[in-house]
Design a protein around this ligand. Structure first.
Ligand code: FEO
Length: 399
């Protein structure tokens, strides 16, 4: 697909409508696209490459605009392989092209291409690149949107912001421009899912990024995934949504969810006793019990991340915690969970490895893990239930 999006800018990226899981972990119900753009001045710049699997389609799209050998600059606003995967092969078709990237990206690119002598010019915030004919690009550092290497490229003469992953979506339709979206509700859902997965861990940086671009008169937002956004189309909606979604969450009550799995009800009974202990110290707290296998995992992940403190409980089976508990922990956003108070408990029969294993994992995630957790042997006795109440009390007192 090649489409002219402003006087000098052509969209030359590749479509992947059939993708259903992105980067192993992210559902993409509506496919995705790997957007890339050619800017034609006296010099020619390419912004982004694409996933290596789509190189042939990408090259064909470039050829619809120019000979790849005419590319003078390859600008990489970000280096994840969905953007940089085709770089090595592209350099063979555009041997004279100079690669432009942030300082962090310059380091990554040599490892990604395995070309130690790759010619990369590292640019800093505010630096410019003159393409001639009055066409100048300005680079805007956008750290943690969503990698340390991320930057935006601003083409003021035509009001085009190349925003990379920012303001993107995993959403694919044949005409990749917001004014031609056939299913706007599906697009909105994709925009939100993408924000949650990609930018959820970086909300303060999202707000900083929005501030950085607030003064720009953006006519076209040439992002790296999903439909291009335009003034009068979906651009203002996307900006407004990002600002809303990035606001710090306010919990009116202290929330301390307890997530558990239970084989014969013993870990569940222990969870109830711990809850009783917590509420005896913090009666105003919201302490809900969640049997993990009865709930939507993404919803539980969001509850865990939105908590003030949390507990996880698992029986020990096969010398380990059970898979649904591990699956829940895989939904933890490792950046924003740091220092979060957490505690672990569980019933066991012979050896009880689940509790220390979960404690270890939570400590690796830099949670503030309470003690060594609580183990109860087989059916919790009256003494063990009393110990569980005390465990809950002491955990609550530690908060
Ligand atoms: Fe589209 Fe962070 O890669």
């Amino acid at each position: 697909m090649t489409r002219q999006i402003s006087a000098s800018v052509y969209s030359v990226g590749a479509l992947n409508p059939n993708l259903r899981v992105f980067d192993i972990v992210m559902r993409t119900d509506y496919g995705t696209s790997y957007n890339a753009y050619l800017i034609r001045g006296e010099k020619t710049a390419l912004v982004e490459t694409c996933h290596n699997s789509f190189f042939e389609e990408f090259l064909e799209n470039i050829r619809a605009v120019c000979d790849p050998g005419e590319i003078d600059y390859i600008i990489l606003n970000h280096t994840e392989p969905d953007h940089s995967g085709a770089l090595r092969r592209l350099t063979e078709c555009a041997p004279q092209a100079e690669i432009i990237a942030s300082r962090a990206a310059a380091i990554y690119l040599r490892a990604i291409t395995n070309l130690p002598d790759l010619r990369v010019r590292a640019v800093g915030d505010g630096e410019t690149l003159d393409l001639g004919a009055g066409k100048t690009l300005r680079f805007i550092n956008a750290p943690f949107l969503h990698w340390p290497d991320s930057m935006f490229t601003w083409f003021e003469a035509e009001g085009v912001l190349f925003s990379c992953d920012f303001l993107g979506s995993h959403y694919c339709e044949p005409r990749m421009i917001d004014t031609a979206i056939t299913y706007p509700n599906a697009y909105q859902s994709a925009l939100k899912n993408y924000f949650d997965a990609i930018f959820g861990p970086f909300k303060p940086y999202v707000l900083k990024g929005l501030e950085k671009i607030a003064g720009l008169d953006i006519a076209v937002c040439a992002n790296s995934h999903g439909p291009v956004l335009t003034k009068g189309g979906q651009l203002q909606n996307a900006l407004d949504c990002y600002r809303t979604w990035a606001q710090p969450q306010k919990n009116d009550a202290c929330t301390i969810p307890i997530f558990y799995c239970t084989a014969y009800g013993h870990t569940a009974r222990t969870a109830e006793a711990i809850r009783e202990g917590i509420l005896s110290v913090k009666p105003e707290a919201k302490v809900e019990l969640f049997n993990i296998i009865d709930e939507d995992m993404a919803d539980l992940g969001a509850r865990l991340m939105g908590s003030n403190a949390f507990l996880v409980g698992s029986p020990t089976i096969n010398k380990d915690a059970v898979p649904p508990v591990w699956q829940l922990l895989s939904h933890i956003d490792a950046i924003n969970i740091q220092k979060r108070p957490a505690a672990v408990f569980g019933s066991y029969g012979w050896s009880g490895e689940a509790v220390p294993a979960l404690c270890t994992r939570l400590a690796q995630l830099k949670c503030k893990v309470f003690g060594e957790g609580l183990k109860v042997n087989f059916v919790p006795s009256e003494e063990e239930l009393a110990a569980a109440v005390s465990f809950g009390k002491e955990f609550a007192e530690s908060l």
